[in-house]
Design a protein. Structure first.
Length: 118
């Protein structure tokens, strides 16, 4: 089992930037695809971004493409979400999820709150 712990959330003004981190631990981290999802109050959970183990393939949700960048540091078992040009509608709890292949989510973090003030 892989444990995921998010950090870096907070309050930011619209147009600003924020970087989220997700630290993975456990004996099966190697090879994991890591993902970011978000869920706003009253809305369904939404896919944000994903990155494969080697970091050479990334995927983004339509609403964040061009503004957010996902990256990873395998030496530190950490995935990052760099969020730029934040909008009020980016306000949500952001979750890290991991799995053995794209589209599979075996492990989830507890989430970190991102609030964008307009």
């Amino acid at each position: 089992q892989v444990q995921l712990v998010e950090s870096g959330g907070g309050l930011v003004q619209a147009g600003g930037s924020l970087r989220l981190s997700c630290a993975a631990s456990g004996r099966t981290v190697s090879g994991y695809v890591l993902n970011w999802f978000r869920q706003a109050p009253g809305k369904e959970r939404e896919f944000v971004a994903a990155i494969n183990w080697s970091g050479d393939a990334t995927y983004y949700g339509v609403s964040v493409s061009g503004r957010f960048t996902i990256s990873r540091d395998n030496a530190k078992n950490t995935v990052f979400l760099h969020m730029n040009k934040l909008k009020f509608e980016d306000t949500a709890v952001y979750y890290c999820a991991g799995g053995r292949q794209l589209g599979v989510y075996d492990s989830w973090g507890q989430g970190t709150q991102v609030t964008v003030s307009s």
